[in-house]
Ligand binder design. Structure first.
Ligand SMILES: CC(C)(COP(=O)(O)OP(=O)(O)OC[C@H]1O[C@@H](n2cnc3c(N)ncnc32)[C@H](O)[C@@H]1OP(=O)(O)O)[C@@H](O)C(=O)NCCC(=O)NCCS
Length: 165
């Protein structure tokens, strides 16, 4: 999956455990939305409600790995954060990505969150095109710090945000 795992930031935002601490409501816990065909998972979107800024300030004081720092700086507290979306290669171009993003939008609405955020590598042209067509706009960006586990080692990581209709 090209998008890095959400960082465990010093604001304590991104791990399931930290979200459990930050949010007591079951409906705000991380959600995995798999799409299945003939009993096989063919696509998935993962999202969670990112705690608002004041709750986000309760960090654990740990210094963040420089590779993860850009993603922590690009967080959008108060939004539904789409941490991953992926479709198996043989099923791409059939509208599944668009459909999963529509489901995320419905989830944000159900949770009464004002917007959806995600981070995309600028060099991931297919994904950037998908998000732009869906109305996501760039809010901020940071240079990628290369790491063997990252598919993209150049360019910027871009924070994209879309308000709800
Ligand atoms: C990005 C991804 C999720 C899109 O899923 P998908 O099911 O193929 O997308 P859809 O069929 O719903 O297409 C939606 C839009 O994506 C864009 N798109 C999809 N395939 C594309 C391609 N091969 N080239 C260019 N744009 C493409 C188009 O803008 C398309 O809009 P359109 O239907 O109006 O033409 C999929 O390519 C994928 O899993 N990529 C690898 C993982 C990844 O990069 N995830 C995003 C991390 S930020």
């Amino acid at each position: 999956m090209p998008m890095p795992a959400p960082p465990s930031s010093n604001r304590g935002l991104a791990t399931d455990e930290s979200i459990d601490r930050g949010y007591d409501h079951d409906e705000c816990r991380p959600d995995k939305s798999p799409a299945e065909e003939d009993g096989q998972v063919i696509a998935m979107l993962h999202s969670f409600a990112m705690p608002p800024r004041d709750e986000a300030a309760n960090g654990n004081g740990e210094t963040l790995d420089p590779v993860l720092q850009p993603y922590a700086e690009l967080e959008d507290p108060g939004s539904l954060y789409v941490s991953a979306v992926a479709v198996y290669p043989e099923h791409r171009g059939r509208g599944l990505g668009r459909e999963l993003m529509a489901q995320a939008q419905a989830r944000a609405k159900a949770l009464d969150l004002p917007r959806i955020s995600l981070i995309c590598f600028e060099d991931n042209e297919t994904a950037m095109q998908l998000y732009r067509r869906l109305g996501y706009v760039e809010v901020d960006r940071r240079p990628v710090v290369p790491h063997p586990s990252l598919q993209y080692s150049e360019g910027d990581a871009v924070l994209l945000v879309r308000g709800l209709d």
